[in-house]
Each structure stands twice: as structure tokens, then as C-alpha cells.
Design a protein around this ligand. Sequence first.
Ligand code: PLP
Length: 446
Amino acid sequence: MTTDVPSELAREPLTDSPWPLTSARDDAGRLRIGGVDVADLAASHGTPLWVVDEEDLRTRCRAYVDAFPDVWVAYASKAWCAVGILQIVAEEGLWVDVVSGGELHTAKVAGVPMDRVVFHGSNKSLAELRMAAQLGVGRVVADSFEELERLENVGDELDHTFATWLRITPGIDAHTHEYTRTGHDDSKFGFTLSLGLADTAMRRTAELRHVDVVGIHAHIGSQIFGTDPFVANAEVLIALLARWRDELGVTLAECNLGGGMGVRYTSADDPVPIGRYGEAVLAAVDRACEEHGYPRPQLAVEPGRAIIAPAVVTLYEIGTVKRLEGMTTYVSVDGGMSDNIRPALYQAEHDVALVNRSVAGELEVCTVVGKHCESGDLVRDRVPLPADLAPGDLLAVAATGAYTASMASNYNRLPRPAAVLVRAGEVRTLQRRETYEDVVARDAIL
Ligand SMILES: Cc1ncc(COP(=O)(O)O)c(C=O)c1O
């Protein structure tokens, strides 16, 4: 079942619909976002096009800050790292989590205060760590023994001390897609608690001069529903801090609980409202602190998907409609896996809607596909859409703000799409469309 663009505001506007907050159909059935007609956007900016509802994005940032009072909320920029997006989240008071030199450079260009940047990553190079030291990044998350030594060497070389969080693998299975679960014991990320590796790492840092461990971090996975896994994560981390106080005489003052909150892509998804999520996690921290007699640490959380995914739709133009009697109706659009790899990579489903005219009359089960030469290039399988779809019609795919543009490619040498911000009838360019010149720019002509 697909959820059509809502006509009136839902009970929980931020989680009850996969469509952006300010999206609505006008009397002619055309979709408007931020007071802008998306068919006009397609005409002026072309398709495929990422359309970002700026009001929605800012509202989600504020909702997170409200749900986590006195907590450092860091936008996990891996969800979508673009200069304009980082400018907006920083304006809304968020920190920024980066995982590479490229994301760090983007944060610098966006003017994000470097002391509000968290540098993650499971294999940060010497060059990236030098960059972090030279830019004065706020926190670095150490993910392995090699990284502890690299931090020490770079710190020695540049006479810099890294305020560091140790990434803990808490042994929590988050019950999400295999490719996005990260907190279970057999994970590539972090120091595995159950194998004693976290203790070994903590003891090793006592011998290091340039690695100042100020706290711990754990991220258990992504697109997680319910609050239980997050509560369990908080309990494990506070218990660890208390045990290290008792056993090692170290009272760490910071604890980063990671990201991972699920969002609604279709009516089948049932995300927890941000407020309830915040309440549950903070209550778990307070309960555990009381149980262990541990002073409440400065907390941090790192939402990515929950901040940006629902604020964005992708606009496509239909190129062909292929009706195979008794089999499938293929509706092919002018983008696909090079701008949204999630269906192919995670078997993910996003809601789809016809948006350049009203949805009237009969529906037909269609399979929306991309234009790449790949049968796996799926946009959405078996979805009811108007039976009179035709080339030139516009489809919008909901909740495409996270892990789409950031994972986009030039497969089949498709230029990457443009992205625009819409708000109060205004349109601003976030990313220009790539040209064919851009696509060949790195190629040497032999
Ligand atoms: C360390 C870390 N923090 C935060 C996030 C953000 O997760 P999400 O986008 O699910 O909130 C990720 C995502 O993979 C991550 O690896």
C-alpha cells in the first residue's frame, strides 16, 4: 500500500507521514512543497531533482534539540553531506558528525565551528587525523588499536592532544538490515566489550600522552524502530562508565549514544515520535546513573536519517510505460539506482506518488524502475498507481533525504541530479546538476 501526499496535518506531523511537512496537493491535484509547485520546479530545474523542504528540515532539528535538552545533538552528515545542509543544521544549533576527510572539508567550507565537529570512521588515515588536529576538531572517536597509535603519533608530530571518545561495541543486536546493524559483538566497528577489548583500549590510553579519553561512544545501527535497543545501549554504556570508575579510578564525563532512529518510508513503517524517543533514552540514562551512583555524563546523540530523510523527495519524469499483459507494468523514470541505491542495496521501499495532476480514476499495480541498464534498478516494486500514467508525468518518491544523494554515483555515466531548497514559495539551489563535462572531468584523454 502507498501513502498519498497528506491533505491535512497529521497527529504526529514529524513521523506520521513519509512526505515532507509542508507538502500538500493544490485544487488541481498538483503537489506543492514549501509553497512551490513541484511541476514548475521540474520545468525550471529539470529531473531527477532532490527537493528539500527547508521548513521540515529545520523543524526536525528543533524537535531533536527539544527532545534532548542539554544534550549535544550531532547531525550524522553521512546521511547527506552538502555545504548548505550543514549550514542549516549548524544554524539550528546542532553539532556535525563526519567520517572522512571529505566530510570534514565540507564542514569547514560550511563554516561549522570545528569544536562542534565529531570525527568518526573505522579506519581514519594519518592524513585525515592530521587534518582533524590542524582544524581543531572537537572530538575524535577512536575505533581501533591502530587508530590509538595513529592518534598518538599525529599528536606527537603536531604537538596536539585529541579529546577522544572510545567507540564501544556494546553487544546489542538492533534488529535492522544486516548492512546497517553495528552494535552486535561481531561488528567491524569499535572495541568489543564482551571480548575485553574496550578495557584493553582504556588501559592503553593511560600510557598515551596525546590521546585524552573524555568519554565513550556506541552506535548500534540504523533505521531502528522502538526504543528498547536504545535503552539497552544507554544501560550498557553507563554501567561501563561506572565499572571503569570502580576498577580503573577513571570517571569519564561524556557519553555519545549514537544515532539510528527509524523513519517512515511507507505506511508499513512505524517510527517512534522524536519526543518519546528522547524521553525513553534520557530516562534510561538517569535510571542507570542512579543505579550505579554515577554522575550524569554530558550526553550526545547523532541522528542522520531522522533529521534529513523525510524532509526530501525525489522528482522524476516518466519516460516509458511498458504494459506486459498478465505480467508487470513497468514505469521507467529518468533516474534510479545512481541517485537512490537504497532499493537495490537494502531492498528498501519508499512511497511513490503521481504529482503533476490529481490522482483520479482507476489504479494499477506498477513496478517503477530506473533507466540504468540493470534489472536490479528498482525504484519501487509492485505499487498501485493511476492506470493512465504516461510519459511526461511526474512521480515523486518520498523520504529520500538520507543515504541517497550521499551514496549517488555516475553509474551509466548519468550526471548526478540537482538539489533545491524550497521554503515559503522561495527556491534556492543546494547542489547544481552535474554536466556531461563534469562526468568526464577526471578522465585523461590518451
Ligand atoms: C557512528 C554513527 N553515528 C550516527 C549514524 C547515523 O545513523 P542514522 O542515520 O541511522 O541516524 C551512523 C550511521 O551509520 C553512524 O555510523
